[in-house]
Design a protein around this ligand. Structure first.
Ligand code: KG4
Ligand code: ZN
Length: 348
């Protein structure tokens, strides 16, 4: 039976979609047993962004030691694993192929079922790793370097896109604006740090697309506004004031759209996932908004907001019904719309 299988399975999750190599173990009985991660951020910093070929090559050297570290942390041997989950997309194709082929090789050697996981489903389900986890249905704000989506989540694989960005993702806007301000890659957390030294009110940028109905976003205009406002040779305080105005504009825009999405759907639970979910100002704003309306707010731990394998192992466990035989073809998709997913066991 499906339920019995769920409780006893121990799923190894592998994440290599971008510049983090990660391996984790999720146990249906005991929850998350281990997670190991290596970030390539320092390696890509000198280029000001992720270099896809370097990312793929680095994953190759990191993945086996991370597997050993995760199993050691869990106190398990590879023979204790009962299924393998890997991020099959969306992401950088060369990077994805490393995790996908590693997982396929292991599955073939150990004769274990394989579960290809959608990276964004991993982010959406990351709050399920917490003790205080949301019940379905909820509205999820998914804000990462590659995506900005508002999603109505009725259950695993039952997703309705309510709104999305028409241009830059929120994290991408943070990263590009950080670069304009002379900050190191990855710029989002650096910009947030600089914004803390900024004064309120010296600059103010529009909250794009909040003056009309709808739940779509546009962030490239705020980035352009910073570029045109930034004086040549700006001093540290001016850069901090601009960082602050940028962060205020992005986080208030996100907060306004979350309120609208909850009002529109009638749901009372808001889940925030993805790298920008680590942003402190965004968390403060959403906490105020949800408290005022008697809604409940759920975040993954900061370490599970950004890319990690714990969320992939969990999503794999939630999708055991979709497990494929060990000898299945390797699946890796650079593009993979979330709307193509179906509930577990109901793939088209
Ligand atoms: O989810 P994630 O690790 O990778 C993707 O799947 O894209 O998100 C990374 C993004 C980057 O754009 C990074 O700058 C942003 O999340 N980010 C932040 C913060 N921490 C990470 N942006 C704003 N404030 C932060 N504290
Ligand atoms: Zn991600």
């Amino acid at each position: 039976m499906e339920a019995a299988r769920h409780t006893t399975d121990i799923v190894l999750g592998i994440e290599t979609s971008c510049d983090e190599t990660a391996v984790a173990v999720y146990d249906g009985t005991r929850g998350l047993r281990a997670h190991a991660l290596h970030s390539q951020a320092a390696m890509h910093a000198e280029y000001g962004g992720v270099v896809p070929e370097l990312a793929a090559r680095d994953h190759i050297g990191r993945i086996q030691p991370l597997l050993t570290a995760a199993l050691d942390e869990a106190g398990l041997g590879i023979e204790d694993i009962t299924a393998l989950a890997y991020t099959a997309g969306p992401g950088l194709i060369g990077a994805l192929l490393v995790g996908a082929s590693f997982a396929s090789g292991l599955a073939a050697a150990l004769d274990l079922p394989l579960i290809p996981v959608h990276h964004l489903e991993g982010h959406l389900l990351a709050p399920m790793l917490e003790q205080d986890r949301p019940e379905f249905p909820f509205v999820a704000l998914l804000v990462s370097g590659g995506h900005t989506l508002l999603v109505e989540v009725a259950g695993v694989g039952r997703y309705k896109i309510l709104g999305e960005t028409l241009d830059d993702a929120a994290g991408e806007a943070f990263d590009k604006t950080a670069k304009l301000l002379g900050l190191a890659y990855p710029g989002g957390p650096e910009l947030a740090k600089l914004a803390r030294q900024g004064h309120d009110g010296r600059f103010r940028f529009k909250r794009p697309m909040t003056d009309r109905p709808g739940l779509d976003f546009s962030f490239s205009g705020i980035k352009t506004a910073v570029a045109t406002t930034l004086p040549a040779g700006a001093d540290e305080q001016t850069r901090a004031d601009l960082a602050r105005a940028f962060e205020e504009a992005v986080t208030e825009t996100l907060s306004i759209k979350c309120r609208r999405a909850l009002q529109q759907t009638g749901h009372s639970r808001l889940v925030v996932a993805g790298g920008v979910g680590a942003n402190r100002r965004l968390r403060e704003r959403l906490a105020v908004e949800t408290r005022a309306n008697n809604w409940q707010l759920y975040f993954p731990q900061t370490q599970f907001c950004t890319d990690n394998a714990a969320m992939i192992a969990y999503a794999g466990w939630a999708r055991l019904a979709d497990a494929q035989p060990a000898a299945s073809p390797i699946l890796a998709r650079a593009r993979w719309p979330l709307s193509e997913l179906a509930a577990p066991g109901q793939a088209a």
